[in-house]
Design a protein around this ligand. Structure first.
Ligand SMILES: C[S@@+](CC[C@H](N)C(=O)[O-])C[C@H]1O[C@@H](n2cnc3c(N)ncnc32)[C@H](O)[C@@H]1O
Length: 220
């Protein structure tokens, strides 16, 4: 069984698109996309031979060799032009940023780009804002004790996002679904616990201010 994080990622891929999974590792996500009938063709890409060998094994065992092609390349540099959705997940923001910028002019070929950075999601949203792209969907996923934020974008023009939207996510702020509210609750408690322990007054005040900001978002 694949992880909840990967399952949620699969639900964010538009039906009927040709997807490319960048940094596919075991190719669990491409197999899920085929298994659920979301895509009939997927490119599973990785920069390293070891993970790609693992991917080929998973694909063969699942019987999806006709539908999933593996590609050894950095980022999406060798992904064919018919791919029109892309997932980059399970990496740090700096790696994801490098992948996006290395082939920046080709981003328009994707109707949706699904990003899940393990860290620095605010930096990811700031990048989207500075490039005037559109955040069209966001999800918070709690999986095995960790919380992940998934950001889906497209390259159509959008005004810059506000600082609050960059910090918490424009879609999450608007929709305020239960996963997001529970995430805020956990962050409020965490901030207050840390604030009660730190001795640096500036840091303490900042943590309490942020906890207050999150409480206000909850109440609005
Ligand atoms: C931690 S795994 C993530 C696997 C999967 N995407 C997930 O979310 O579970 C990261 C994978 O990305 C690959 N990778 C790292 N940098 C890459 C790059 N610039 N281009 C393509 N793949 C990359 C690594 O080889 C590794 O297999």
């Amino acid at each position: 069984m694949i992880s909840k994080r990967l399952r949620v990622l699969s639900t964010l891929v538009p039906n009927g698109t040709i997807a490319c999974d960048i940094g596919t590792d075991h190719a669990y996500l491409p197999c899920e996309l085929i298994r659920r009938g979301i895509c009939s063709k997927v490119y599973a890409c990785d920069i390293a031979e070891g993970p790609l060998k693992q991917a080929q094994k998973t694909i063969l065992e699942a019987g999806y060799s006709q539908q999933i092609s593996t590609i050894l390349c950095p980022g999406f540099s060798k992904v064919p032009l018919d791919a029109n959705s892309m997932i980059i997940a399970g990496m740090g923001w700096k790696t994801i940023e490098m992948i996006l910028e290395d082939d920046f002019e080709r981003l328009t070929q994707f109707q949706r780009i699904i990003l899940q950075s393990n860290r620095d999601v605010c930096m990811l949203r700031r990048w989207v804002s500075e490039h005037h792209m559109t955040i069209e969907e966001e999800k918070v996923v709690e999986d095995a004790g960790k919380t992940y934020e998934i950001v889906c974008l497209n390259t159509s023009f959008h005004e810059s996002y506000t600082e609050l939207e960059i910090k918490y996510g424009p879609v999450l702020l608007k929709r305020k679904d239960s996963e997001f509210l529970e995430y805020l609750d956990r962050r409020i408690v965490k901030n207050e616990v840390i604030a009660s322990k730190v001795t640096d007054d500036t840091k303490k005040a900042q943590l309490y201010r942020e906890a207050e900001e999150m409480k206000q978002i909850r109440q609005q």
